[in-house]
Design a protein around this ligand. Structure first.
Ligand code: B12
Length: 355
């Protein structure tokens, strides 16, 4: 296979599926050999990392969402992907010729692999990268910045519930005088949320970030950073009353959705976790004033529950139980009503992205 054939074939779903089989089988050596063979054939490491490893990781999530793979299998597959990425990174050495970058996932953000892919691409492009990994608490990030004095902070947020923490981190980086490039699906389909939270730049993919940082950094100072807390009274109430909201909803659930009487302990725990996600996504959507964030989440949750034989009516009952406790909060109730209307339409819309 010539390198150009290999390059094209990385977009071939069969190639990803072949690699995915090895990843799903927990075959670390097989998956590593597969990726190294592509590298030996001349496929750029960047392409293998983004298209093969990143592409397979997205498929892993789809299989989990469709209830075909267990969470344990997903975790095992992620671990294999991480090992393959590390092996490739070890094979492609590069000397730092540019500045220094700190790359971190926002506090509470456990999707570490996409950020790790970006870290490797930046390193290969000549940056010295301090990769701090998943879930970096704000104060520790700032201490690190004071110790290392980087030229940029790259902040990864894959899940919108972490946006309030992302805002705090961006504000703190600015106070330390360091510009921030933001990225990851949590910042939304475009740059809007990143801009609203005061990020200096945003990129949708790791490659776009590499180009941006190589050609246009540091960016001209933004005219004004929205440094103040964005959350309003509704957001604050929701965050403070989160435990009570969930407890009350759990207590009332059996009356609203009698099937709960037959739930196992595990099902009850999963339901409680789901209430937590409902509260967190609602809070995030209030924080950045984007109801769509919550509506995307409920559409996706409905499809995940359906693949686990839980009817949409269960989710609707849960949403109403939260709504009933928030009747004094107009933005929250409107958002919940919109989500409920979405779920009432004849076909629940497909999830916006995959898990
Ligand atoms: C694997 C996975 C997980 C794994 C993560 C394992 C790990 N160590 O990374 C686990 C199981 C832990 C997980 C947990 C959860 N997940 Co998840 N997960 C995924 C999944 C399937 C893949 C993520 C991934 O690695 N993709 C591959 C990368 C390469 O994709 P990518 O986005 O294209 O990456 C590029 C860009 O994002 C960009 N980028 C990333 N970071 C940065 C940073 C900067 C600065 C820049 C410029 C660019 C940039 O560069 C990357 C490379 O090009 C996604 C769905 C998907 N298809 O992506 C959901 C997804 C991210 N998860 C989601 C959810 C909801 C959850 C959970 C809440 C599920 C739950 N019910 O518990 C938890 C939350 C955990 C937490 N608090 O962080 C949602 C997020 C919702 C949303 N955005 O609206 C997604 C989108 C699925 C969905 N459709 O809803 N998840």
């Amino acid at each position: 296979m010539s390198s150009s054939t290999a390059y094209r074939s990385l977009h071939d779903p069969d190639l990803i599926e072949e690699y995915l089989f090895l990843v799903g089988d927990g075959d670390e050596d097989g998956a590593t050999d597969f990726a190294e063979a592509l590298l030996d054939e001349g496929v750029p490491a960047q392409r293998i990392m983004v298209d093969l490893i990143g592409g397979a990781q997205g498929r892993v999530g789809e299989l989990w969402a469709a209830n075909e793979w267990s969470i344990a299998r997903e975790h095992a597959a992620t671990a294999v992907n991480e090992r393959v990425l590390a092996t490739l990174a070890g094979r492609v050495r590069s000397r730092p010729t540019r500045g220094r970058i700190t790359l971190a996932c926002v506090d509470g953000e456990w999707h570490g692999l996409p950020a790790r892919i970006l870290a490797e691409l930046l390193r290969m492009d000549g940056w010295r990268v301090d990769f701090l990994g998943a879930s970096v608490p704000g104060p520790h990030l700032i201490t690190h910045l004071h110790q290392t004095g980087p030229d940029a902070v790259a902040l990864s947020c894959m899940i919108p519930t972490r946006l309030p923490r992302a805002h705090a981190a961006i504000t703190a980086c600015h106070a330390a005088g360091i510009p921030v490039i933001a990225g990851g699906r949590g910042f939304g389909p475009g740059s809007r949320y990143a801009e609203r939270l005061g990020a200096d730049a945003w990129a949708s993919t790791a490659e776009e970030a590499v180009t941006r940082l190589a050609s246009d950094w540091p960016p001209p100072p933004a005219p004004e950073f929205p440094t103040e807390f964005l959350g309003d009274e509704e957001y604050t109430h929701l965050v403070r009353s989160r435990p009570q909201l969930i407890d009350t909803a759990m207590q009332r659930l059996a009356a609203a959705y009698p099937a709960v009487h037959h739930y196992s302990e595990h099902q009850r725990e999963a339901t409680m976790e789901d209430f937590g996600h409902i509260a967190d996504f609602l809070a995030a959507s209030l924080y950045i004033d984007e109801p769509q964030v919550f509506r995307d989440f409920t559409a996706w949750t409905a499809s995940v529950l359906t693949s686990r034989s839980v009817p949409v009516s269960a989710l609707k009952a849960g949403l109403r139980l939260i709504r009933d406790q928030l009747i004094d909060f107009p933005k929250a109730t409107t958002t919940l009503d919109e989500a409920l209307t979405d779920l009432t339409s004849p076909a629940v819309p497909p999830p916006p992205t995959t898990h």
